[in-house]
Design a protein. Structure first.
Length: 136
């Protein structure tokens, strides 16, 4: 159930041979994102359970789920970009049914993130699902 944007990242990863290149690609994804407006970096948008500072600002328009986000850590900012490619544009009713762990496993992220980063990634996914459930 991956979006076209996520499939593009999967294809990019297939051409990157080692994890260092993939890691750089994730960071580049984060660098390409627009920074989150400072007005949205508030306690209500902050994700608990992340080692670094993480903010997710969801918007639901015409039944479609979108979010912007930011972090003070470059790799986490890149992970936010990857999650945006996975979720943005989906009908809000479909967000909870995305098997994020399986989709991200296609990138090999599970094997190369520290325990803290993996926990933070799970916390971001849970926040996304929580917001979507509140709108369904």
């Amino acid at each position: 159930m991956a979006t076209a944007a996520f499939e593009e990242i999967v294809e990019d990863f297939e051409f990157l041979d080692d994890w260092e290149d993939r890691y750089r690609h994730v960071i580049d994804q984060g660098k390409a994102m627009e920074p989150l407006d400072e007005a949205f970096k508030v306690p209500a948008t902050k994700v608990k359970g992340c080692a670094s500072q993480v903010w997710l600002h969801p918007v639901i328009n015409d039944g479609k789920f979108h979010f912007d986000g930011d972090s003070d850590a470059m790799i986490v900012r890149g992970l936010i970009a990857v999650l945006r490619s996975l979720y943005n544009g989906l009908p809000v009713s479909d967000v909870a049914s995305v098997d994020a762990a399986a989709e991200l496993a296609r990138l090999g992220l599970n094997d190369h993130l520290s325990a803290q980063r993996s926990n933070g990634l799970r916390a971001m996914i849970e926040r996304i699902r929580e917001v979507a459930r509140a709108y369904v």
